[in-house]
Design a protein around this ligand. Structure first.
Ligand code: ADP
Ligand code: MG
Length: 218
């Protein structure tokens, strides 16, 4: 299997006055092309910190990581913009859709900034929202809004889809359906998916489970 991400000793600390918070401590791992990885860990264990660094939204204070052999932590801002547009898709707990745009327009916006986007209608169909494409976020349930957010992330055709507690704002059965959608996407498009979730049932169907403990990954 091809390695798409290799991380060596990734660390992140925040200086809060006199106190240094070590959010991430020396995480070293590889992510392989096409795998479905679940990250578990209690609140405050550094999961979001790690995902934000991998997504090029935050920089580590120590260590390095590579995307297909290219170092990401030393990229210029311009290169990081490209990395975020092309390589990674991000799904957040609270959807973060643009309220004044329809579902289709939210997805379109992401497709427009990506160099190699997938077909918008194909993706709206994948997430089961073809009929709702003209609706605004306020006209949709939480589960539907998260489907739009997933469509927006995957339409860019990213090699790596990062999801930070994508079911955290949803009830159990809606959350499970969203996780199944992410799994379908992984199977159909063979793209790497990494999700933070507390759902242990999803831990069982993951190819690999990462556990974060006090900033350390294993
Ligand atoms: P998780 O996602 O597993 O709940 P986080 O990665 O959000 O954990 O946070 C890990 C630790 O780093 C926590 O102790 C948190 O308070 C701290 N932390 C995260 N972001 C910041 C920040 N911007 N400034 C200071 N401390 C932070
Ligand atoms: Mg978090």
């Amino acid at each position: 299997m091809e390695t798409i991400i290799r991380a060596e000793g990734l660390s992140k600390s925040y200086q809060m006055g006199e106190v240094t918070v070590e959010a991430l401590k020396e995480a070293s791992f590889e992510l392989y092309d096409g795998e479905f990885v679940v990250m578990l860990g209690h609140s405050g264990s550094g999961k979001s910190t790690l995902l934000n660094i991998l997504g090029g939204m935050d920089s580590p204070s120590g260590g390095s990581f590579w995307y297909k052999g290219t170092p990401v932590d030393t990229m210029t801002n311009r290169q990081l913009v490209d990395y975020r547009r092309k390589t990674v898709g991000f799904v957040f707990q609270f959807f973060n859709l643009i309220p004044s745009l329809t579902a289709r327009e939210n997805v379109q916006l992401a497709a427009d900034i990506a160099p190699n986007p997938l077909d918008i209608d194909e993706i709206l169909e994948l997430v089961g929202l073809k009929e709702r494409a003209g609706h605004f976020p306020s006209q949709m349930s939480g589960g539907e809004q998260q489907r739009v957010a997933i469509a927006r992330a995957v339409v860019k055709n990213p090699d790596l889809l990062l999801c930070d507690e994508p079911t955290g704002a949803l009830d159990l059965s809606t959350g499970l359906a969203v996780l199944e959608l992410l799994q379908d996407y992984n199977k159909r498009y063979h793209k790497t998916v990494m999700i933070i979730t507390h759902n242990t049932a999803i831990g069982q169907i993951a190819h690999r489970v990462f556990t974060m403990r006090d900033g350390r990954g294993s």
